[in-house]
Design a protein around this ligand. Sequence first.
Ligand SMILES: Cc1cc2nc3c(=O)[nH]c(=O)nc-3n(C[C@H](O)[C@H](O)[C@H](O)COP(=O)(O)O)c2cc1C
Length: 382
Amino acid sequence: MSSLFNGIVLGELSLQNRVVVPPMCQYMATDGLPCPWHDMHYGGLGISGAGLVIMEGTAVEAIGRISLGDLGLYNDEQEAALKQMLARIRTYSTAKWGIQLAHAGRKASSQVFDAPYPVPPEEGGWIPIGPSAIAHSDRWPAPTEMSQAEIARVVESFTDSARRAGRVGFDLIEVHAAHGYLISSFLSPVANRRTDDYGGSLENRMRFALQVASAVRAAWPSHKALGFRVNGTDWIDGGITIVESIKLAKALRLAGVDYLAVSSGGNSRQQKLPPVVPGYQVHIAQAIKEGSGIATMAVGMILDPKQADEIVASGRADLVAIARATLDDPRWALHAAQALGEEIAYPRSYWRTTGKTWPGYKLVHPPPGAETGMQPAQPGRR
Ligand SMILES: Cc1cc2nc3c(=O)[nH]c(=O)nc-3n(C[C@H](O)[C@H](O)[C@H](O)COP(=O)(O)O)c2cc1C
């Protein structure tokens, strides 16, 4: 029995396996509303075999969108559209469904396919908000420093979107507190130079994140799971460190957060990223799990079923998120199960394509090192 396909309970939410499709922005929304692309994309991921699919970073207010193409969950029309979409997908998908609630902070109002440049005001761009009036880079306008009333308003926006997510029917919320977006920028001394209760000491820099955690937890049914995506490190001197992230993890756990998805970077263009090799962030998830006792989701260049299984089996993380490898192969988890010798339910219409029913399966998905028996194409023949 593999560890990857051994189920897990997060809070009170049962997942049939530990493969997660993490949030991936599609930048295809208009006015925060999903379109047929989202039906197609998430419909496909819903039959990917992953135990949990988390929908893309979805803004809790209009100025919290990374771009004009982001999904939103801050008005009734968006709530109704997501509810209809999720109901359609659930007709066939047995996965559990999460949504990532996000506020882009000082990195908001960016071009969709020419990031990281901001959208000019005449094309619908806006001046973003942040903890301090420090631009993310010289390409960006300095954000407006948020007043304490504005901080309270954004906490309420997260809470309102959480209530809406409950009515839509999601099983899990993941709050985006990584990659230099609003909550992440409050946590990082690189972006947060405030001198009030929200800046300076780690305790102060964590205040906003913890207020969001407590407010969302209170508005979100206790049987549904709550996670945070955090930066284990900013990869820059003076930024968030693993030691600080462990303290944050302990505090989030006490606030009722069930798991942390551990990512890194994005707070500064001066960051010194390590080589992006397979599993390059797993040791950070491991350190946070060991240091705080919270369940963790590892992410980043997890590509291969054996690699993913080993991460769970060795106890380095509880869940593994497979992002780009799932876009590349939307049946990644169905194939991983077979590679690990597991029985996994296929969508009924695809029953003729499993390893047991289709002789071609082992030719297109050979076990590592196996002889496929496939003949190379003959030049000139059709
Ligand atoms: C197209 C795309 C969109 C992404 N959007 C988000 C997002 O909305 N929220 C987030 O936290 N991370 C986002 N990410 C980061 C991924 O969730 C993941 O952390 C990253 O791709 C590394 O994992 P991988 O090596 O398995 O792709 C995105 C990544 C991609 C490729």
